[in-house]
Ligand binder design. Sequence first.
Ligand code: GDP
Length: 418
Amino acid sequence: LPQQGSDDPTSSIIRKTLMGYVGFASLPNQVRTKSVRKGFQFTAMVVGESGLGKSTLINTLFNTQLYPPKEQLPPSAERPQTVAIESISADIEENGVRLKLTVVDTPGFGDFVNNDGSWKPIVENIESRFDSYLEQENRVNRQKIIDNRVHACLYFIQPTGHSLKQIDIEFMRQLHTRVNLIPVIAKADTLTDDEVVEFKARILADIAHHQIQIFQAPTYENEDEESLAEAEEIASKIPFAVVGSNQLVKIPDGRDVRGRAYPWGVVEVDNEDHCDFVKLRQMLVRTYMEELREYTNDVLYENWRTDKLLSMGVVQDQSVFKEINPASRMQEERVMHEAKLAKMEAEMKMVFQQKVQEKEAKLKQSEEELYARHREMKDALEKQRLDLEDKKRRIESGRPLTPDRPNQTKKKGGFLRS
Ligand code: GDP
């Protein structure tokens, strides 16, 4: 049986083989092959009053019995006196892609008569994870950094159908600068469709009124229409009205589906007409897992680090800021890279021109040599022709054939002389 442990990720690792398709195997489309080989680390936190279906939803999301059924937990684990932080890890694999999933649970949140400050241990836990990451970054050997930072926080809203409660607003206000908040309406099958629509509108109005930042599906420039439509579709469902269940139930067409059976029918978990579970999974696991990790690293963690340095009295000058601000650092690196490319191109052009000039000079030289040889041969031939003509004339006129060779003609008796 998987075990629930303290907040020491190593104490509670369970290894599981998935029972069915989850979707994170599509992550190779999101990130580089290196991450695929090494596997992903992803940490999700669940917050909400007990009984709202947190464990059931996590089990449903990852299609695995990550959380043991409640009755199998020791009684002491069921009723903590303060908000506790517990984590469960599982190595799950899908189509050769490994995911080290850690789920951080916060039992006790919202369960007391007085819930003031329930958010405090949670913020402390999130920040202590940032601290541990910073400490690893500052080490000389930064090869094996373990990323235990919380990449997403599923906040479970009670399906009251009214509006957000004080504890919900307080929690989100305190946490939104530290973690990617994903609000979900728990047990949405207890509300009618119209109630869900109205409840969502009120929740969003409250969130906007209190200037709470929840995770938005990012859209990029030059994105294709399909991805834009998908991002819009996901965004339109927030806060996701979810239903969780790992039970298979038979529906009238004979199929066995994950769902909750009621006397009036079955609520199907994976049916988009019944609830937003599919869209939540798409956002969390299939499409935006990498974005959630990136936003945590580039924005939430960086802001926390800046705040921390400022609170320690360290005033960052612009150059330091550039160094730790990934956006400006990337921009700077890009400019430097482009300058390097331009320099290399100019150098290559120069070498090319030099080579062409050398070749041209060589060709010219051999051309001149050819001309000179040609002229020499022509001259020699011309001289030969003149000589022959001269000889011809002498023969015709009866004069000695070779006046330039008098010895030879004399020997022959000089009969050719006139
Ligand atoms: P947790 O305390 O938040 O982890 O809640 P659990 O996952 O243990 O669920 C508490 C009870 O609610 C269990 O009896 C579940 O079967 C039930 N439950 C879980 N999810 C849903 C849901 O989406 N709809 C309904 N109606 N009940 C649910």
